[in-house]
Structures are given as structure tokens and as C-alpha cells.
Design a protein around this ligand. Structure first.
Ligand code: PMP
Length: 390
């Protein structure tokens, strides 16, 4: 019996090494990684530049403390600010921690304005993490069940429903922020349209609310832009990152601009490991490689090839509802729960997962090639077809 706490329904496979988009298990079987650890391994496995950067940094200093200057943190913050137009960065170790910082910022912003019970508007089907505040912000009852009392100060609206937000604005004078994913990941690859994003920005401006974009899953080049909100050109006041930022090394970030800039001072927030030099070296290298190797253009091109490939391979197959996504953040929605496909795909040699019960989720590394895309379609489409034919 394992001494691991039983918190994951783990598949009975363990991986030993990988190369690019391919990964090998203990028995020597090779798999195409179309999940990258859920949007984590941006550069694929064993990327030589990332391996070198991590090894070099490990030979210098792993970490000291945030009570000293950490030049790599300053460099990564400068880089992220230049790419996003944001002003300040707080580094954490994960997505939920980045979102905790965002939630604290929103409350701080509210108290500055004299609002004693600051409230944040959040979305149905949102996912923001599993710490108490972030699971309270998450729009999935399964994530929350058994952990009540939830953290107060959240009010929920349907995703992309601007009228619902306007209605909350009229009745609730404690609102200080809106927090959302511009492309919902766990919620089933749902994309907020450009018009909704612009109208939301307008409401936030009119009311003095912070617009908080959780880019933990869709950020860092995955959708063909550095950040999901850049498709509509709507600048958030707070943005959170994690997952793909370190391409496998744990790092998160909470960035501020506009009304959120300058809210925190010394003593307001902190993290022992947040922004340690090893993680920052991984983050900087990830951003450098995305840029130098044109990985955002690649994400767009290869993502389009995957969508087209599945559209052709699954054309006319009853039970396929929609094939959608941006760049290399893709979903194939079926008309029935399809969790069993994860195991069937594994047998066929592909790593995928299923979210929102009915959506096959594909989050390949950004180095995925057109050949990888073709391999993905030929390995996975028959699995989906067979499942739907049952
Ligand atoms: N926000 C979003 C949009 C996510 O997809 C996730 C993880 N699935 C998180 C936050 C939480 O990130 P972490 O697991 O690193 O805490």
C-alpha cells in the first residue's frame, strides 16, 4: 500500500525520460505528450537550453532569501512587464498562490476605498486553485464540497454574461474586482469573446474595479499570444501566471498595473521560495526560447493544423459536438461523459485528459511540430471514434 495521500485518481504509469513532445515510461513504451502536464512543459521534455540554464544556476546559488536582492527575479519581472504592459510582479511558486495574492490585492484595494466587505465577481465553471480562498473563487461545487465554510466575499455570475455583471454592479456596492480566465481551462476550453472582454474592461474602468485575469493555464504563449487577453487587447489590472512560466520548474507570478499598482508595500505579502533564482532562470529561459524559436507562431499554426486534422478525421461522426480552442489550448467536446478516453488514449500512446466531463483537452508543448500534430490526430481520432461508436 502506498503511503501517498489518496488525492489523485492516478493512472498506473510512471515516466522516466522524455525528448521534445515524446515521453517514455518505465517499460520503455513511448507516448506523444499532448498534455504537457496540463500546460506545464512549455518547451517539451529535455530542452537543451532549459537543462543548461537550470544546471548552471544550480551550480551558482539555489536560493538565499527574499530579504536580499535577487537579480534574476528583477530580470524576469522586467521581461514580463515588457511583454505584458504590466508594472510590478510578485513571484510565488504556483497558480493558486498567485491567485491568493490577486485576491488579497483586490481586498486591499477595497479597503483603501473604504469598502469594509470587499467582494469579487467570479465566474461559473472558473478554476482558480485549491487553497481555501481560490477554491471559494472556483466555480465548481465538486472542488468546494466538504470544505465549507468557504471564504466569503465572492459573488458568482455565468461566464461571459455582461448583463449579469451589470446587474450585480447595480445591487452590490461592495464589488471591488472581477476575476476570470479569458479562456477557461478546467471549465472546458471556453473562450470569452472580444466584445465581452472590452465591455468588461469598460465597466471596471467606470466603477474603479480591478480586472483580474487568471492566465495560469492560457498564458505564456500557449494561445498564440503571450497572454490570453492580448487577443482582444484588453489590459488587466492584475494578471496571474504559473504552470508554463517555468516549463516544469515551479514558479508563479502576480502582476499589477493601473489601480492595482503600488498597493502592496513591505510586510503586506511574501513567500519563502517565491521567485528563487532556479525558478527565475527557468522562467527567463522559457520566455527567451518562446521568442527566439517563434513558438507563439508555431502554437497558432500547429494548433490550427490539429483542429483541422480532427475536424476532418471526425467529420460526420455522431457525438462530436465541437472542436475549439486557440493556439495549443484545444478542446474536443463530445455529447457524453468521456473520462474513459484518458486511459484508452494512454493505451494508444497519447497523453491527454478530459475536463468538464465531456471535453477532451489538448495542451501540447509549444514545440509541437506539424508531424507531431499529424501523429496526434492519427493516434487519437480512432480512439474517439471507437468510443463514440459503442
Ligand atoms: N488557475 C487556473 C486557470 C488553473 O488552470 C489552475 C490549475 N489547473 C490554477 C489556477 C491552480 O494552479 P496550481 O495548481 O499551480 O495551484
Amino acid at each position: 500500500m502506498s503511503h501517498l495521500m489518496n488525492t489523485y485518481a492516478r493512472l498506473p504509469v510512471a515516466f522516466t525520460h522524455g525528448d521534445g513532445a515524446w515521453i517514455h515510461d518505465e517499460a520503455g513504451k513511448r507516448y506523444l505528450d499532448a498534455l504537457s502536464g496540463i500546460a506545464v512543459s512549455t518547451l517539451g521534455h529535455n530542452h537543451p537550453r532549459l537543462v543548461k540554464a537550470i544546471a548552471e544556476q544550480a551550480g551558482r546559488v539555489l536560493h538565499t532569501s527574499n530579504v536580499y536582492r535577487i537579480p534574476l527575479q528583477e530580470r524576469l519581472a522586467d521581461r514580463l512587464a515588457a511583454l505584458s504592459g504590466m508594472d510590478e510582479v510578485f513571484f510565488s511558486n504556483s497558480g493558486c498562490e498567485a491567485n491568493e495574492a490577486a485576491i488579497k490585492l483586490a481586498r486591499f484595494h477595497g479597503h483603501r476605498k473604504g469598502i469594509e466587505l470587499p467582494t469579487i465577481i467570479v465566474m461559473e465553471n472558473a478554476f482558480h486553485g485549491r487553497t481555501l480562498a481560490t477554491l471559494s473563487a472556483t466555480g465548481n461545487r465538486k472542488v468546494q464540497a466538504g470544505f465549507e465554510p468557504l471564504v466569503s466575499g465572492f459573488v458568482r455570475v455565468p461566464y461571459k454574461d455582461i448583463d449579469a455583471i451589470r446587474s450585480v454592479a447595480e445591487h452590490n456596492h461592495n464589488v471591488v474586482a472581477v476575476m476570470l480566465e479569458m479562456i477557461q481551462g478546467e471549465g472546458g476550453i471556453n473562450i470569452a469573446d472580444d466584445r465581452f472582454q472590452r465591455e468588461l474592461r469598460e465597466i471596471c474602468d467606470q466603477r474603479g474595479w480591478l480586472l483580474i485575469c487568471d492566465e495560469v493555464q492560457c498564458g505564456v504563449g500557449r494561445t498564440g499570444q503571450w497572454f490570453g487577453w492580448q487577443h482582444a487587447g484588453v489590459q488587466p489590472d492584475v494578471m496571474t501566471l504559473a504552470k508554463g512560466l517555468g516549463s516544469g520548474v515551479p514558479i508563479g507570478a502576480c502582476l499589477t498595473a493601473g489601480l492595482a499598482k503600488g498597493l502592496f508595500g513591505p510586510g503586506n505579502h511574501g513567500s519563502t521560495f517565491g521567485g528563487n533564482p532556479l525558478a527565475c532562470a527557468a522562467g527567463l529561459t522559457t520566455l527567451e526560447v518562446i521568442e527566439s524559436d517563434g513558438l507563439m507562431a508555431n502554437a497558432e499554426e500547429v494548433g490550427a493544423a490539429i483542429r483541422k486534422g480532427f475536424a476532418e478525421a471526425l467529420a460526420g461522426v455522431p457525438g462530436v459536438v465541437d472542436i475549439r480552442g486557440r493556439g495549443l489550448m484545444l478542446g474536443i467536446e463530445l455529447d457524453r461523459p468521456c473520462g474513459v478516453l484518458v486511459g484508452k488514449a494512454l493505451e494508444a500512446g497519447v497523453l491527454i485528459n478530459v475536463t468538464a466531463e465531456r471535453v477532451v483537452r489538448l495542451l501540447p508543448p509549444l514545440i509541437f511540430s506539424k508531424d507531431d500534430a499529424q501523429a496526434l490526430v492519427s493516434l487519437l481520432a480512432p480512439v474517439v471514434r471507437d468510443f463514440l461508436a459503442q
